[in-house]
Design a protein around this ligand. Structure first.
Ligand code: FAD
Ligand code: DHB
Length: 390
């Protein structure tokens, strides 16, 4: 039977970042990933990194390209009633965010892992966890046609919302909290210059829209869509027309359109599973919690979980100190719930909800108005958006 110190399930940003931090601290680990490396790299997801995530990536040895190519943003814009209002992140908090795609984070981490020679088993099928409530967990999986077993001291469940790790925690141990929103986001990636220097979050009677970017020549746009919508029903022309209608006149005129490179629909959900530890199994990232993407927190939460988990494991292996591991769930969850609240609030503020009363619609407009005319309210948004230190 193969052995390692930490078995990591999932090679998304959480698993790869954890693997890198542990390997650099001399802690052996093997990652088991269900998909191929190309499939993982092909998933277009988050784009905004908090300073804490940037610092952690640097600590993991993958800060170089990020420092060179990441776009530092000192503000974001809110657009409603045909006007744009800037939220000065730097002015309110002294901090900024960095725009750098999840795909690039993943690519950098995969390359670094290959360079240090750590093992990742891609296309590992039927992963199952055994004995995580004892001291000798075993992970069973099928790889290249044969069943394998991996003995380990800890299991890190970094396998996303649909993974096997959370499902391995007995239901009487796990409490879950969930809200499903009555809409989705249709996202488009295109090789076109971004419509504006900074991100635009737009509230419009036709629905929410977001103008983001990946570089000075590549844009990422989203429009709120119905849960029944199918990507095939959205031609590029239909998408650009819809996006244009939801923006202010200046942005609509400046929008450069082009063929989409990628187009996909994601449903919106808030979800938390507590606790994030069961015996020697630790959940991190989307395996334990989901936020709707409006607050740009999903990837950042995966990074902060990994920060707490990696430092807990390092303390354990270096000094036999279990305090960090014992407090992992509580520490991570405190931060998770702050991000859950903010992401729910940003989502409620900016989307069009079916079946809201005219009264609630006016309240939503009043809240937007308050936000852009009150330094305290804008400051609170900025503070949450840039994120807390770890
Ligand atoms: P994941 O990235 O999901 O990685 C989990 C990995 O585990 C995957 O590679 C998966 O293949 C693997 N895996 C799953 N099951 C198994 C198994 N049984 N065995 C082995 N491996 C397994 N956040 C934002 O901030 N902004 C966005 O615009 C945004 N868009 C998103 C769009 C979509 C469609 C999704 C799903 C998420 C989006 N997010 C967004 C959230 C953000 O991308 C996630 O929070 C982030 O990917 C979390 O990283 P993770 O490593 O925890 O999970
Ligand atoms: C992006 C996604 C988000 O959810 C967000 O709030 C900001 C940017 C993006 O994909 O670029």
């Amino acid at each position: 039977m193969e052995r390692t110190q930490v078995a990591i399930i999932g090679a998304g940003p959480a698993g790869l970042l954890l693997g890198q931090l542990l390997a650099r601290a001399g802690i052996e680990n093997i990652i088991l990933e269900q998909r191929s490396a190309d499939y993982v790299l092909g998933r277009i997801r988050a784009g905004v990194l908090e300073q804490g995530a940037v610092d952690l990536l640097r600590e993991a040895g993958v800060g170089e390209r990020l420092a060179r190519e990441g776009l530092v943003h000192d503000g974001i814009e809110l657009c409603f009633d045909g006007e744009r209002h800037r939220i000065d992140l730097r002015g309110h908090t002294g901090k900024a965010v960095t725009v750098y795609g999840q795909t690039e984070v993943t690519r950098d981490l995969m390359q670094a892992r290959q360079e240090i020679g750590a093992i990742t088993r891609y296309e590992a099928e039927d992963v199952s966890l055994h004995g995580v409530d004892g001291v000798n967990p075993v992970v069973r999986y099928r790889w290249q046609g044969s069943v394998r077993e991996l003995a380990c001291e800890f299991v890190a469940g970094c396998d996303g919302f649909h993974g096997v790790s959370r499902a391995s925690v007995p239901s009487q141990v796990l409490r879950t909290y969930e809200r499903v929103y009555p809409f989705g986001w249709l996202g488009v990636l295109s090789e076109t210059p971004p419509v504006s220097e900074e991100l635009i979050y737009a509230h419009h009677p036709r629905g929410f829209a977001l103008c983001s970017m990946r570089s000075r020549t590549r844009s990422r746009y989203y429009v709120q869509c119905s849960l029944e919508d199918r990507v095939e029903a959205w031609s590029d022309d239909r998408f650009w027309d819809e996006l244009r209608q939801r923006l202010d006149a200046r942005a609509a005129a400046a929008l450069v359109t082009g063929p989409s490179i990628e187009k996909s629909i994601a449903p919106l959900r808030s979800f938390v599973a507590e606790p994030m530890r069961h015996g020697r199994l630790f959940l991190a990232g989307d395996a334990a919690h989901i936020v709707p993407p409006t607050g740009a927190k999903g990837l950042n939460l995966a990074a902060s979980d990994v920060h707490y988990l990696s430092s807990g494991l390092v303390d354990w292996y270096r000094r036999g100190d279990s305090l960090g591991l014992d407090h992992y769930s509580e520490r991570a969850l405190r931060r998770v719930w702050k991000a859950e609240r903010f992401s729910w609030w940003m989502t409620s503020l900016l989307h069009r909800f079916p079946e809201v009363s005219p009264f609630e619609q006016r309240l939503q407009r009043a809240e937007l108005d308050y936000l852009v005319h009150s330094a305290a309210a804008a400051g609170a948004l900025a503070e949450n958006y840039v994120g807390l230190p770890y």
